[in-house]
Design a protein around this ligand. Structure first.
Ligand code: SF4
Length: 460
């Protein structure tokens, strides 16, 4: 990954919190922030100042861009052998709300023009490891171009016990079956106190970090999360970030960090959800402390769309993806919608003053969406304007006038920081008219709507 340019601190004056002034001085001197700085950010009352600091680092790393992926999250089962106290998703076999998706139901969700399948679920007591391998192979057959981001470290450890093979062998076999990258779930909070209180049956920090270390050694990029907003302290949040930073120093294998806001659900763990202010400060602290992570993600499913959009000015540079039907946060009563259209994703990014870039699971830049011609404010557009209607089975990028394909440029997200949107647009080709293929379970391509029809649909 390319090294970032130097930080522009010229706009970081007149901060109302002296602790933030010290952080600016450290950034200017190229010094690393430490635990004290992390706490100062989380405890600061200067929310705008915190945002300006984190935004300066974000812009150094990824310029004006914000990233998203056309993806589907699939949670094949909620049946789980353990019971974490913060989890509203899991059920026991025989419970009214227990479910198991069939292979056909899983494959139905991947026959779309998407670039990433995000596969995570409960620890099922009777599904053999071979079933998960077959799941990956079947997804590959159903959509040969999609990248598969699958299985948390907790699931990987479970498979190792299930199949009585090493973590290395689990990963080797999953890669052979089609695994591309790993998500970052299951980390929760790297604190023995929280571990003992909320998820005693599940792996702790050491094992989680070790599994990601092994994955990185095999060239599998992974992601990392923090579940915040329940019983953890600010000190524990900061410690979590520092442990992740240490591992990233060692391996360089993390793509993104995703702070996950705890959803109250039915758990009665805390009286109220973390505030939007807390969410924004946590995003900012993550961007500032995790100086070796390429991306900080604002996970709109848990933050809500509006806070996630704001987070793009508080250090985040990625909104994850269109998702489809997510079930984990939904079970915990998250009020965000059941998936976003690419149209809404672009809207959230543009309202935050960002230039949207569609990426794949490994953060290769696929499509640039330059600022639209007037009217420039999205709320001024009519309901049926431009991308309001997106035919299924067609990559929505074709419906956005001016979208530029970067697929042949082989640029990764971290390569874009020093390139302006205009320069980037010159390098690519107009994406309008391109369509991704969709495939059936045998790998045969399905009919898609011809681009001309899609265009007329889109402009109806
Ligand atoms: S958080 Fe994961 S491991 Fe824990 S109960 Fe829920 S599904 Fe099972």
């Amino acid at each position: 990954m390319g090294s970032p340019a130097s930080i522009d601190t010229s706009g970081l004056r007149n901060l109302t919190d002296p602790a933030l002034e010290q952080i600016v001085a450290k950034l200017e001197a190229g010094e690393r922030l430490d635990r004290v700085d992390g706490l100062a950010i989380l405890n600061s009352q200067d929310l705008i100042g915190v945002g300006r600091l984190a935004n300066a680092v974000k812009e150094m790393r990824s310029g004006p861009y914000a990233f998203f992926v056309l993806n589907r999250q699939i949670n094949p089962t909620n049946i789980c052998v353990i019971s974490c106290k913060f989890c509203d998703f899991a059920a026991k076999a025989g419970d009214d709300d227990a479910y198991e998706m069939t292979m056909g139901e899983i494959l139905e969700k991947v026959r779309e023009p998407i670039h990433e399948v995000h596969l995570v679920g409960g620890l099922h007591p009777t599904w053999p490891f071979e079933y998960y391998e077959e799941m990956l192979r079947a997804i590959r057959r159903a959509n040969p171009t999609v990248q598969i981001k699958a299985f948390t470290a907790v699931e990987i450890e479970f498979f190792s016990k299930l199949a009585k093979i090493s973590i290395e062998d689990v990963l080797n076999r999953l890669v052979a079956a089609g695994l591309d990258t790993m998500p970052g779930g299951g980390a929760e909070v790297f604190s023995d106190r929280v571990h003992d209180a909320l998820y005693r049956e599940k792996m702790g920090a050491e094992q989680w970090l070790e599994i990601h270390r092994i994955a990185h050694s095999k060239g599998i990029p992974t992601n990392a999360t923090l579940l915040y907003g329940h019983i953890e302290t600010h000190e524990e949040r900061v410690e979590h970030l520092m442990l992740l930073r240490d591992l990233q120093d060692e391996t360089g294998g993390f793509l993104s960090f995703i702070p996950l806001e705890f959803q109250l659900g039915y758990t009665n763990l805390v009286a109220r959800q973390a505030s939007a202010l807390d969410g924004l400060k946590t995003i900012a602290a993550s961007r500032l402390l995790l100086d070796n992570f390429p991306h900080i993600k604002a996970y709109w499913v848990m933050l809500g769309e509006e806070t996630a959009s704001m987070a793009l000015q508080w250090g985040a540079d990625d909104l994850d993806g269109t998702i489809g039907e997510e079930k984990i946060a939904r079970a915990a009563l998250a009020s965000s919608p059941l998936g976003l259209t690419a149209h809404n994703m672009l809207k959230l990014m543009r309202e935050a003053g960002r230039v949207p870039v569609q990426r794949d699971a490994r953060y290769r830049a696929l499509t640039l969406f330059p600022p639209p011609p007037s009217p420039t404010h999205w709320s001024q557009r009519g309901a049926r304007d431009v991308t309001a209607m997106i035919p299924s089975k067609i990559d929505p990028m074709i419906a956005d006038t001016g979208a530029v394909s970067l697929e042949n440029e082989e640029l990764y997200s971290w390569d874009l920081a020093g390139i302006s949107p205009d320069q980037l647009a010159e390098r690519g080709t107009l994406a309008r008219g391109d369509a991704l293929a969709a495939y059936d379970a045998t790998g045969a391509s399905l009919p898609t709507v011809p681009p001309a029809i899609a265009e007329s649909e889109a402009s109806r």
